[in-house]
Ligand binder design. Structure first.
Ligand SMILES: Nc1ncnc2c1ncn2[C@@H]1O[C@H](COP(=O)(O)OP(=O)(O)OP(=O)(O)O)[C@@H](O)[C@H]1O
Ligand SMILES: [Mg+2]
Length: 358
């Protein structure tokens, strides 16, 4: 491509209203010209979780302002962008519709190409906002709704080699925080209080640790935290010990399963490229970052993490995924509909529900 590409990205799949302007330089590196994220934490805090109708209403109220601010901060107008990308799934349909519709409207009146982005592809490619990364790479995607090991062969080309069979890791953090009354959102709260606790105090289960390849399971761990949390009532020291022990157990599970994933990646790619990328909201956790960085280095993999500001939901990753899809001519027309479920690897077996054999 001889020209720098500039995209507007829009993200409204869950409880963050976000818009961003990202440019791809001639050498293929990214330049984030603006990234505006308006979190609805305050609105959902009192309910201890996301209320879809409230989230959708809040997106409608904020989106216009957020997009204008992204353009203004980047000093760019609609004429200067090469395309519009908006998240089309997976997520809450009432929320996705807001960003998708405004994205389609802008693309329509500004006569720009439109890309409907898979939110998970946004996370998967997000580490390239700050690093030059070659395909293929091994990805651990750990977020509020997903926990997966994927081989990222290229843009739009994913092979899932492991996934959670029950809760997502972010969900396990959020539920642990709720059970211990540590606050919302749960992940950062557990990380903060874990620092004050003894990580070896509780011995918690590591479900399916020695079976099912690099598939993951956190439901049994969550139940164990629930049982212990009921015993400790308001004893602060024990609460912190439980938060620390939970986080330590997660680190042990991820270490063991990532080792299995390294082996599978090496077998499937014939050791072409030993890069290990970690993305998604939970990748912001410093303890997990440190533990996975050490593990990767011990196993001759180069560890690459999303920048903290691009771990959780943001629109820079959507604009970037939009640019990458545009370069491959993976465009969408303006009739594209939002999707609540949208796996990156369409061939992957669905790993939840009764009858699952491991
Ligand atoms: N420091 C942290 N430690 C652990 N978990 C964290 C941390 N920071 C954020 N999280 C968790 O990350 C999750 C949010 O990540 P993200 O925004 O990527 O998820 P999502 O968009 O809701 O889900 P998905 O991307 O799967 O659709 C929440 O569950 C949150 O608790
Ligand atoms: Mg997300």
């Amino acid at each position: 491509m001889e020209k720098k590409l500039t995209f507007l990205g829009i993200e409204t799949s869950c409880d963050e209203t976000a818009a961003s302007i990202v440019q791809e330089n001639l050498d293929g590196s990214a330049k984030v010209l603006s990234s505006i994220v308006s979190s609805q934490i305050k609105e959902h805090e009192k309910f201890g979780g996301i209320v879809p109708e409230l989230a959708a209403r809040s997106h409608v109220e904020n989106i216009e302002f957020i997009i204008s601010k992204a353009l203004k901060d980047a000093k760019v107008n609609f004429d200067q962008i090469d395309g519009v990308a908006a998240t089309a799934g997976p997520g809450l349909i009432v929320c996705l519709t807001v960003g998708l519709n405004i994205g389609k409207a802008i693309a329509g009146f500004a006569e720009k190409p439109f890309v409907a982005v898979n939110h998970l592809e946004g996370h998967a490619l997000s580490p390239a906002l700050n690093n030059k990364i070659k395909f293929p790479y091994l990805l651990l995607l750990i977020s509020g709704g997903h926990s997966q090991y994927l081989i990222v062969n290229d843009v739009n080309d994913y092979k899932q080699i492991g996934t959670t069979i029950d809760d997502a890791l972010g969900e396990a953090f959020d539920k642990t925080a709720k059970m211990l009354n540590l606050g919302y959102p749960g992940g950062p709260a557990v990380e903060k209080f874990a620092k004050q606790g003894d990580k070896n105090f509780y011995k918690l289960p590591q479900p399916i640790i020695n079976k099912a390849g690099c598939n993951l399971s956190f439901a049994g761990l969550k139940t164990a935290v629930l049982i212990q949390s009921k015993k400790i009532k308001d004893n602060k020291k024990l609460k912190f010990n439980l938060a620390a022990s939970f986080q330590e157990t997660i680190n042990k599970i991820l270490k063991k399963k990532t080792k299995v994933a390294f082996q599978e990646f090496n077998e499937l790619t014939k050791k072409k490229n030993n890069i290990f990328v970690v993305a998604g909201g939970v990748a912001a956790n410093q303890s997990i970052r440190k533990s996975l960085k050490d593990l990767a280095e011990e196993n001759n993999f180069k560890p690459i993490f999303s920048e903290i500001e691009f771990c959780g939901d943001n629109a820079a990753m959507i604009a970037w995924a939009g640019i990458q899809r545009y370069k491959k001519r993976l465009l969408n027309d303006l009739n594209v509909e939002p999707k609540s479920r949208w796996p990156l690897d369409k061939e992957a077996q669905y790993m939840k529900g009764p009858g699952l054999k491991l």
